[in-house]
Structure formats: C-alpha cells, structure tokens
Ligand binder design. Structure first.
Ligand SMILES: *Cc1c(COP(=O)(O)O)cnc(C)c1O
Ligand code: SF4
Length: 346
C-alpha cells in the first residue's frame, strides 16, 4: 500500500486507462484460469499447466478468456494459452531460433531481412502468451529496443533510402502507451523516404480496449499510410467488443489485415478456416497470411503436416471467394521473403 501523500500530484485522481487496468488483471495463474473456464476439477490439467508454465509463463487477458466456452477442455482459445505437458517433449527439428532472427538483427531490436521493409521490435512484452509462439525461446527482453536504442534504429533507417516501410512488432508494439507510440511515430514521420507504417499486433483481438480514440486519431492523421495486421486464429476470438475496436480502425481509414497460424487442434479444419475468413470479413478485415508453425522447441504438438495444410488450402479455395483465401507461408531463414507454400507464386 502506498500512503496517499506519496502519490505524485500528477497521478493523484487520474484513473489509469481502462486497457492498462485490464492488463494488470490478466490471468497468470493456471488454477485461476481453470477456475475461470469451469475446469477447476481437472487435477491432471492443473498439474500439467503448473509444470509447463516453468518453460514459458501463462498469461491471458480476461477479455480473451471470457470468449472461451465454459467447461470445454478442448476449447480452441483455451488451447492457445494453457500450458500442457507436451511442451516438455524434445522433437527433432524444433529449435530455439527457427526463423534465424538472431542473425537478421542489424541493431538491437531491428530486423532487416526483406527489401524495403524493416521490423522494429518495439517492446518484448505481450498481453497474452501464445504457447506456439517462437518468442517462447527468443530472448526478446534483451533484443527489444529500449528507448535509447530507438535512436540507433532510427539512424539506421534514415541512412538507407531503400526502406519505405517500418513494421512495429514485438512482442506487441501496442503494449507501449499512446504517448510513447506518438513519440516513436513522430520520429519515423521525420524520415522522408518512409511511406508506410505497419503495426503487427494481437491486442485488437486480445485486449480490444487498447484501441483508444487517441491511438486511432494518431494513426489516421499520420502522413505515413497506416496498416494494422492483427493476429487471430479462430472465429470465436472475434466477439462484439473486438468488432467495435476494429470498426474504429476502419472509420479511421486504417487498412486491417489478419495473420493466423495453422495450429493442430485449433484451426486445422475447413470449417474453422472458412469461418475465420468470413468472420474477419464481416469485421472489415482481410485475411493476409496463414503461417505454417515456426518449429520452436515445445510447440511440436501444434504442428500440421504440410500435406494436410495444402489439402486444406485447396478445399478453402474451392469454397471461398479469392479475397478470403489467405496465403499459406513458411518462414525459411535466409530467404528474401516469406516463402509461399500455396496461394503465392510457388
Ligand atoms: C514477416 C516479416 C516482414 C514482413 O513481410 P511481409 O511479407 O511484407 O508481410 C518484414 N520483416 C521481417 C523480419 C519479417 O519477419
Ligand atoms: S508475439 Fe504474438 S504470438 Fe507471440 S505471444 Fe505475443 S501475441 Fe502471442
């Protein structure tokens, strides 16, 4: 407890933004999550979750957990965040840095792998820890750009006029406050050869209250063309609260795209993939990429064999209009772009 008189005057009486409040209340305790979704009697699951969370901490917002089906141990949202015993398995071909990111770092927190685009790891933190994420093994807290390192990254970008787009990524760049983002965006706007500002974020889905009016206004008034690439794997993630947040982005003329990861037991069926594309479209978002799993240690149980992935894509293409079929891609270290497996020019 902080004594009242010790609270700086600036903060006294000022309520934290709603999204920050929700972040502070995110679930990090396996027993709490299982209770929240009505699985408190599943002792085996609890034991697995406690043991596997030593590998990568459990973390999920209540907003996201609230969209899980009560009492369903196989819920597609629950399986994305609940630590399982399978994570301890060692599987050949699954490593700590499957996409070679550590080699593509030009500055601390700056990846320049592809022509014209750089990716800035604006922060290492996330509102939710997805079990399949390659970040589970990636030392992002060391690699992410602290504010002093932004200077070096900005200098790097300014010195290379072949760069036209900056991608804010992480971790999740929207974990930064509106104020810090504003500062970073202002610096980027000052680099004349930049045209586009892209944000890769899961927060519009897992913490929709993060889409504040201030944020939307800042992005839509920028001289840089703003693109928001959200991350959603299943239609059930998209409820009314998310729709409202996405609609704000749409009204701000911010292009919204989605990337998903193909995950065994979560979305590796025609109905799940078609349902996702259709629901995204209802909310003004077009599917962009469907990623084959990055082979990170501890995530082998999510892997969908490439043959099955191709089969699903053929079925999806036969069922949906072309603009609702995402490109199936794989990230191969050292390639000049994400490698199309289906839907690009193979
Ligand atoms: C995915 C990625 C990009 C963006 O690639 P696009 O195909 O333009 O979406 C850029 N830089 C890095 C390091 C990436 O991993
Ligand atoms: S970086 Fe994205 S996929 Fe990884 S834990 Fe954060 S939100 Fe999930």
């Amino acid at each position: 407890m902080i004594p009242v008189q010790a609270i700086p005057a600036k903060l006294a009486g000022k309520k934290p933004a709603q999204w920050k409040q929700e972040l502070a209340e995110a679930i990090e305790n396996p027993a709490e999550l299982l209770r929240f979704v009505g699985l408190m009697d599943d002792a085996d699951r609890l034991e697995q979750a406690v043991s596997a969370q030593s590998l990568f901490k459990l973390r999920v917002t209540k907003s996201f957990a609230g969209r899980m089906q009560y009492g369903n141990a196989h819920d597609p949202l629950l399986l994305q965040v609940l630590p399982l015993g399978e994570e301890h398995q060692q599987t050949e071909g699954f490593s700590a840095d499957p996409v070679g990111d550590l080699h593509a770092q030009k500055q601390p927190g700056l990846l320049h792998k592809y022509h014209g685009r750089v990716l800035l790891i604006a922060t290492g933190s996330c509102a939710i820890n997805c079990r399949y994420c390659f970040r589970r093994e990636y030392p992002y807290s060391e690699a992410s750009a602290t504010q002093s390192q932004w200077r070096q990254s900005l200098d790097y970008i300014a010195a290379d006029d072949s760069i036209s787009e900056v991608i804010l990524s992480g971790g999740d760049p929207l974990m930064l406050s509106d104020k810090r983002l504003d500062k970073l965006i202002s610096h980027l706007e000052g680099i004349s050869h930049l045209k586009c500002l892209r944000i890769h974020s899961r927060l519009p889905v897992v913490l929709p209250s993060r889409i504040t009016d201030t944020l939307v206004q800042r992005l839509s008034s920028s001289r840089l063309q703003a693109v928001m690439v959200i991350h959603c794997n299943h239609a059930q993630e998209l409820d009314q609260e998310v729709a409202t947040a996405l609609n704000k982005l749409k009204l701000g003329h911010i292009t919204c795209l989605n990337q998903a990861v193909l995950l065994k037991g979560i979305n590796n069926s025609l109905s799940a993939l078609a349902g996702l594309s259709e629901r995204l479209f209802e909310m003004g978002v077009l599917p962009y990429y469907l990623h084959l799993l990055d082979k990170v240690k501890g995530a082998a149980h999510f892997d969908v064999p490439e043959q099955q992935a191709l089969q699903l894509m053929r079925q999806l293409q036969a069922q949906l209009p072309g603009y609702l079929v995402p490109k199936l891609v794989r990230e191969i270290a050292g390639q000049p772009n994400k490698t199309p497996v289906f839907g690009g020019s193979e």
